[in-house]
Design a protein around this ligand. Structure first.
Ligand code: SF4
Ligand code: SF4
Length: 120
């Protein structure tokens, strides 16, 4: 990320968030955590094309320089080293099955999945 030629026109997009895979919610109770996540500023939940669920924190890495280059390139974490710019979202686009940004997004989804539970 950051220093390769293919990243030149990008503004370090992949260094500005983290995403952690979470268990697929099955029950209404499971969705309580999803609600809690998205009640926080800059925290979203999304489902990728493979049906995997992630909680996403939109926050830049503290080592992303003003020029959008990595300030610790030689000792950047393994996950950064393994990220392939040829396959990244900037160069390839990205699609998702679902994205939950606010509480209402989750309530609507619950309503569709379990019936109208939005009043609970
Ligand atoms: S999103 Fe892609 S192009 Fe942008 S910095 Fe990351 S690897 Fe490079
Ligand atoms: S350590 Fe470097 S490559 Fe990794 S996220 Fe931070 S700025 Fe990007």
């Amino acid at each position: 990320m950051g220093n390769c030629k293919s990243c030149k026109s990008c503004e370090g997009d992949c260094c500005k968030y983290i995403a952690i895979e979470i268990d697929v919610p099955e029950t209404k109770e499971d969705f309580e955590n999803i609600k809690w996540f998205v009640c926080h500023e800059n925290v979203n939940v999304y489902v990728n094309e493979e049906g995997e669920w992630y909680v996403e924190f939109i926050t830049p890495c503290e080592f992303l320089g003003e020029n959008n280059k990595c300030k610790i390139y030689d000792k950047r974490p393994k996950i950064c080293r393994g990220y392939n710019h040829d396959e990244c979202t900037f160069h390839n686009g990205y699609s998702e099955k679902h994205r939950f940004k606010i509480l209402k997004d989750v309530e609507n989804y619950i309503g569709e999945k379990f019936g109208d539970e939005t009043k609970n």
